[in-house]
Write a protein that binds this ligand. Structure first.
Ligand code: DHB
Length: 308
């Protein structure tokens, strides 16, 4: 009973992997294809293959993780070529994530994936970990210019991976921009960018890139993710779906995102820590919780948060 949809695309389950962990190599993606993940989501790609930032660049924390991977990926052409094999391996929806360094990069990659067997294209407007490159989603003017260029390249649904916002004026401005374009979904939120975790004993930042600044993930950011999903659900029309991400590791977390208005959720840190087993476990926990509450479908709960 966890079936849902993003735009017109049906999904057999409400839960899939977020772009980020364990979705870069063909081996990792084939494993996702054979898992209970509702879709196969790819690591954000760039025009050219990248090794990513210097290590250590990921650290698990008691309540999540901090990372500054720096977009290690195989380059978009490798994913283009791989997609038919992923489709064959899983026979499930494929979502490609693209993260160009310029509008021209994003146009090149979106165009290419428009004529591939990808089902959805998620354009990443929010990578915080490239030295000297701001998060596009924090620049409203450039966001609008980018949308003008990438939303008219084909019929495949386009979505945006957004950074977290913390002010109502920003939710409103961003929603007003999104409404001007045929955006099919948004994914909220990316990691909370440019945070700092310090090891007091060694008096050192715990990751190396950018002097220790990196994206915060996991339990720490769930209330931020819930707020972003809720705010955009209230501001955007119903035909724009919202995918929730940020601190989902139990059925209860997934249910909270559903109440806030998510049409589906993605799992990153918990997937990194637990592996592909997390998708079936979280789905079963969500199903049990919904059964106990006598809800029979995702649609029955979506956006039904009560306020006091
Ligand atoms: C990376 C991190 C992100 O949060 C993102 O959106 C894209 C890439 C990274 O460091 O690889």
């Amino acid at each position: 009973c966890l079936n849902t949809h993003i735009g017109q695309l049906p999904l057999d389950s409400y839960i899939f992997n977020a772009s980020g962990p364990l979705c870069t190599s063909e081996e990792e993606l084939i494993r996702l294809a054979g898992s209970a993940s509702a879709a196969v989501m790819t690591k954000s790609c760039t025009i050219l293959p990248r090794e990513g930032n210097a290590e250590p660049r990921y650290q698990a924390l008691p309540l999540g993780s901090i990372q500054s991977m720096g977009l290690p990926n195989l380059g978009y052409q490798a994913y283009l070529e791989m997609l038919p094999r992923l489709k064959k391996a899983g026979n499930k929806p494929i979502v490609v994530s693209v993260s160009g360094f310029s509008v021209a990069d994003n146009v090149t990659m979106v165009k290419a994936f428009q004529s591939s067997c990808a089902d959805l294209i998620e354009v990443n407007f929010s990578c915080p970990n490239i030295e000297g490159k701001p998060q596009l989603g924090y620049d409203f003017e450039q966001t609008e210019q980018a949308l003008e260029a990438i939303c008219q390249l084909g019929d495949k649904p386009i979505g945006l991976k957004l950074p977290p916002y913390f002010d109502f004026s920003h939710f409103i401005t961003m929603a007003d921009i999104i409404k001007k374009f045929p955006v099919s979904f948004i994914t909220c939120i990316n990691s909370v960018g440019n945070t700092l975790v310090i090891d007091a004993e060694t008096e050192t930042a715990i990751i190396k890139p950018k002097g220790g600044f990196g994206g915060l993930c996991g339990d720490y950011i769930k209330p931020i993710g819930l707020a972003n999903v809720r705010a955009f659900r209230q501001l955007l029309p119903d035909n724009i779906d919202i995918i929730g991400v940020g601190g989902i590791k139990t059925g209860t977390d997934a249910f909270e995102y559903l109440l806030a208005g998510a049409s589906a959720v993605q799992v990153a840190t918990c997937f990194e820590k637990e592996g592909v087993e997390c998708f079936d476990r979280i789905a079963q926990e969500l199903q049990s919780l919904m059964a106990a509450k006598q809800y029979s479908s995702i649609a029955a709960v979506k956006g039904k948060l009560k306020v006091i």
